[in-house]
Design a protein around this ligand. Structure first.
Ligand code: KG4
Ligand code: ZN
Length: 393
């Protein structure tokens, strides 16, 4: 099955053409085309992602990205016949909500033939609603105009499932799913989410716990701002903390581990962030101090994530553990989880995502889209809507 996957939930515009075969325990994937534009340099100027700016950039980038991805896959075939006026009218009607997208899109559809793909998958949520809507409307028009089945994908499920893949040793475009035993526990940590979900049966999720306030990535980004670091701050805080570790430092601050012993699988990070603020406000920090504060913050975060996840593993008897989302790129968290599973639960198989799947991308949307398409979970273009708060459970 060839899937065209679209991702616009936050600040990356991405389109992938993924070829997929097999079933859930043995799926094989080949990336035929993959194009992505990151808006990070634009958002860095504002110190964060503004939804209206993200939406405008997606609208500008989607058609060129689609063009590039199809061309790479060898699926961009110039049209022999022209599009009827009636077709053009219907495309324009769907695109009324995306005027920035309309002209380039209509021109593209008039110029190129229907590509030989089997389904279209698009991120439906969660994320920034205006950004999600551009991608969803784009996919709705494609599905209608090309007469292709459509799948709405949960972005976090993309992060979770892509963590189960392993790259092919012989083909850099290919990867396969590793066979897993259920239940599977997923720790999803990103800029907007911090949750532990349990997959009891394939693609069916139960929420074990979630943050009561800030997401981990959000706490990282806010601490980064307190230390005068650029957006997105997570990787920067991580870099400073690694420098402190390399010096053998044990950190500068004694920080709280919120909700560590409350018996739940929920999290809270706003108190931790405030504790860092208390120590940094109004002070001029040296590089060494910044490194030590980053280290103390990282240790507190990792302690809480580790304790809550181990407790959820015990509560569910999960056989498989995955990490997903932007923060799962963090070296310290990866190390802490590798050690914790080896030490406490050697029977559990831990799957850490490849780095390319920790940042937002359309390949993971194609992976999740494939499984839902296999299960026949299609949706009509009229019924598909974006949902900024879409839940996995
Ligand atoms: O999944 P993602 O790309 O976007 C959302 O769906 O939110 O996650 C982005 C978040 C940001 O908060 C960013 O600072 C954080 O992931 N992040 C990191 C690292 N890389 C990205 N946080 C800590 N350490 C990292 N290495
Ligand atoms: Zn993400």
């Amino acid at each position: 099955m060839k899937i065209l996957a679209i991702e616009t939930s936050c600040d990356e515009t991405a389109v992938t053409i993924l070829e997929a075969t097999g079933d859930e325990q043995s799926a094989e994937f080949t990336v035929l085309g993959n194009a992505l534009i990151s808006q990070i340099d634009i958002h860095r100027e504002f110190g964060g992602v503004y939804p209206a700016v993200a939406k405008r950039e997606h609208a500008k980038n989607l058609v060129p990205i689609l063009h590039e991805s199809l061309a790479e896959a060898g699926l961009l075939i110039p049209k022999q016949q022209t599009v009827s006026d009636e077709d053009m009218m219907s495309i324009r009607t769907v695109l009324e909500r995306e005027p920035e997208l309309a002209d380039a899109f209509v021109a593209f559809l008039a110029q190129y033939d229907v590509p030989s793909i089997d389904a279209i998958a698009v991120t439906q949520g969660p994320g920034l609603a205006p950004a999600l809507w551009v991608g969803v409307n784009f996919a709705r028009v494609l599905a209608t105009h090309w007469q292709k089945p459509l799948v709405g994908v949960n972005h976090m499920e993309g992060h979770l499932l892509s963590a189960l893949s392993s790259p092919s040793p012989t083909n850099e475009r290919a990867f396969s799913m590793q066979p897993i035993s259920l239940p599977l526990l997923g720790l999803l940590i990103s800029g907007g989410h911090t949750e532990i979900v349990c997959m009891d049966s394939w693609l069916s999720y139960r929420l074990m716990g979630a943050t009561k306030d800030d997401a981990v990535g959000e706490a990282y980004d806010k601490v980064a701002r307190m230390l005068g670091l650029l957006y997105p701050g997570g990787p920067e805080v991580s870099r400073l903390a690694e420098q402190a570790r390399a010096r053998g430092s044990s950190g500068a601050l004694t920080l709280p581990r919120p909700m560590l012993h409350d018996g739940s699988h929920d999290f809270s990070f706003s108190g931790l962030k405030t504790a860092v603020l208390y120590h940094t406000k109004g002070r001029t920090l040296t590089e060494t101090e910044k490194e030590d504060i980053s280290l103390s913050f990282e240790d507190a975060v990792a302690d809480v994530l580790r304790a809550k996840t181990l407790s959820a593993l015990e509560a569910t008897n999960a056989q498989t553990l995955t990490l997903g989302g932007g923060v799962s790129a963090n070296s310290n968290i990866r190390r802490v989880f590798t050690d914790a599973v080896a030490e406490k639960h050697p029977e559990v198989s831990l799957h850490l995502p490849e780095f390319r799947f920790t940042t937002d991308n359309a390949i993971m949307i194609g992976i999740a889209g494939f499984y839902h398409a296999r299960a026949g979970r299609f949706i009509s273009p009229e019924a598909l809507s974006a949902d900024g708060n879409l839940s996995l459970t």
